[in-house]
Design a protein. Structure first.
Length: 190
């Protein structure tokens, strides 16, 4: 089995511009290409797991989101050809979606671990030797529930309240590491 570095997208790989995000704009976080290349050299698969509620709100279609994600990958590899992303998983759902097709309580929307579990099954990933990196508590909870080590980066939306979920936790969940920047991840993983 393989080990993976799971990345949240907005606030970790890219600068989070909030709900009014312009999907034509892709601003990579400083030194993120270096983090991805270092992780690959350490034997990690690079997997992005991202909630994309703009689909549920009708702000972007699935087709346009996939074009955006392809452009993100291209921009990252243009910055550094070795900064390859192995897979991207996204959740388009939201419990209060404007579009009824996406108004469901799914198992993929973080803090639920569905995207990580799906990636593990599809890519033969050993979650106990993998790490989830995110800027929000929902990323940390998803990583912990999947059995991963977790890194909370104080970037993006790290100070915001927990996102809306029906998930009921019987314990408090804390990250294994807390870092001021994503670039510091290189000092934690091996």
């Amino acid at each position: 089995m393989k080990k993976a570095l799971f990345f949240d997208k907005d606030g970790i790989l890219t600068i989070d511009h909030g709900i009014e995000y312009n999907y034509d704009r892709i601003d990579l976080m400083p030194d993120i290409d270096g983090v991805v290349v270092h992780a690959r050299r350490c034997g990690y698969l690079i997997v992005v797991v991202t909630n994309q509620p703009a689909v549920a709100r009708g702000r972007i279609t699935i087709a346009d989101l996939e074009i955006h994600l392809d452009r993100f990958r291209a921009k990252l590899t243009k910055q550094n050809p070795s900064a390859l992303v192995d897979a991207i998983y996204y959740c388009p759902h939201h419990p209060n979606a404007d579009l009824s097709a996406y108004r469901i309580l799914c198992d993929c929307r973080k803090p639920k671990p569905g995207m990580l579990l799906r990636a593990a099954a599809e890519l033969d990933i050993d979650l106990s030797h993998s790490t989830m990196i995110g800027d929000r508590l929902s990323d940390i909870i998803a990583g912990k529930l999947a059995g991963c080590t977790t890194i909370h980066c104080l970037t993006g939306r790290h100070e915001e309240q927990m996102i809306q979920t029906d998930l009921q936790l019987d314990r408090e969940i804390a990250p294994d590491y807390t870092l001021a920047s994503v670039a510091q991840v290189k000092g934690v993983i091996e």
